[in-house]
Design a protein around this ligand. Structure first.
Ligand SMILES: NC(=O)c1ccc[n+]([C@@H]2O[C@H](COP(=O)([O-])OP(=O)(O)OC[C@H]3O[C@@H](n4cnc5c(N)ncnc54)[C@H](O)[C@@H]3O)[C@@H](O)[C@H]2O)c1
Length: 327
């Protein structure tokens, strides 16, 4: 069952960092399915080349050359969509770069530049797009997180922190946007695009070996076109989900989530020694539930300690039991 075609006729999509790699793939696919596309990139030739490719294929696109990393830059990117096409229905926050180093060696510039582009940049482009969407019946926003952020990756503390932060941002945009028809989801993509290949070695030799060994079997499948379908789906008018995180790459599509494990309820307070004694229970993710918001998590704790007031309305996109391990 494949359902009806996902089309974007009459709609406008903004893709940041769309001059290369994954962003280029999203821009081309969205244009092919009828969207007018704003192709942002900080490298002018990249953005204009993708605009030309879309035009050659009969699509509509304009370049927005500049950085996502400032409020002014984000404003210009969204204003480009409004000036050229009069609306913004889809935003894919994708722009990014790497500045890897051992945690102890990261410079202030390494930290700030990566947080600025990935995390602050997503704030600065999303805010003006979100405001317009809220005033005009809604829209769809995709944030680009990473397995490095949610699962950890040595030499990538700056990148991982930014990418984990994007999930926090996505959670709140999904919660606040629900009343306005705005849906927001995040992805953890995998594709060989060359990101980080123009700088110093991205990992120390032992981690590089481990990374190469882990990626090795997947290499033939680590293509951009195996990631694009999820982003097109999440960008679609009928996308039914919000506040989700999905891993996507090499033909594999799967939800990623943060779960609250059943844990241990202390009979009356707890000593540090009792925590030590019950660590196995506290630490066991089996049977975790996935709260849809901070308040859902609080209600789950109240239920577990016997102070639940019933199952009250969930204010999150979802709150339910995970059937497998929490993480
Ligand atoms: N490739 C992967 O396996 C992978 C894995 C996890 C996450 N990601 C994320 O996916 C996104 C795209 O990665 P990619 O692999 O396609 O990389 P890429 O290097 O091929 O493309 C990224 C594009 O972003 C642009 N860019 C960089 N800084 C910018 C800025 N300040 N403003 C506007 N544009 C800027 C670059 O010029 C480049 O064209 C990034 O956010 C990356 O962190 C990629």
């Amino acid at each position: 069952m494949t359902g009806s075609a996902i089309r974007f006729d009459g709609e406008v999509a903004v893709v940041t960092g769309a001059g290369h790699g994954l962003g280029r793939g999203y821009a081309l696919a969205l244009a092919e399915r009828g969207a007018a596309v704003v192709v942002n990139d900080v490298v002018a030739e990249r953005a204009t080349a993708v605009v030309a490719e879309i035009a050659d294929l009969g699509g509509a696109a304009v370049a927005a050359v500049g950085t996502v990393a400032t409020a002014a830059g984000g404003g210009v990117i969204v204003q480009t969509a409004l000036d050229a096409f009069g609306r913004v229905d889809v935003l894919v926050n994708n722009a990014g770069q790497l500045r890897n180093a051992a945690f102890g060696d990261l410079t202030e510039a390494d930290v700030r530049e990566v947080l600025d582009v990935h995390l602050a940049g997503a704030f600065f482009v999303t805010q003006p797009a979100y405001r317009w969407m809220c005033d005009h019946g809604g829209g769809r926003i995709v944030f680009t997180s990473s397995s490095a952020g949610l699962f950890g990756s040595p030499w990538q503390a700056n990148y991982a922190a930014a990418k984990a932060g994007l999930v926090g941002l996505c959670n709140v945009v999904a919660l606040e946007g629900a009343a306005h028809g705005v849906r927001a989801n995040a992805i953890l993509p995998m594709a060989l695009t060359g990101i980080g290949h123009d700088g110093p070695p991205p990992f120390p030799p032992d981690v590089l070996r481990d990374t190469a060994a882990a990626l090795g079997p997947l290499v033939p499948d680590l293509t951009v076109d195996r990631v694009v379908p999820l982003v097109v789906f999440l960008a679609g008018r009928e996308c039914p989900v919000t506040g989700r995180v999905f891993s996507v790459g090499a033909g594999h599509f799967a939800r990623v989530f943060v779960g609250l494990a059943p844990g241990w309820v202390a009979p009356e307070g707890a000593t540090p020694e009792a925590v030590a004694a019950r660590l196995a229970e506290i630490d066991d993710p089996a049977g975790a539930e996935i709260p849809g918001s901070m308040n859902d998590a609080t209600r789950a704790v109240a239920r577990r300690i016997g102070r639940g007031l019933g199952d009250g309305p969930s204010d999150g996109p979802e709150s339910r039991s995970a059937t497998s391990e929490g993480r």
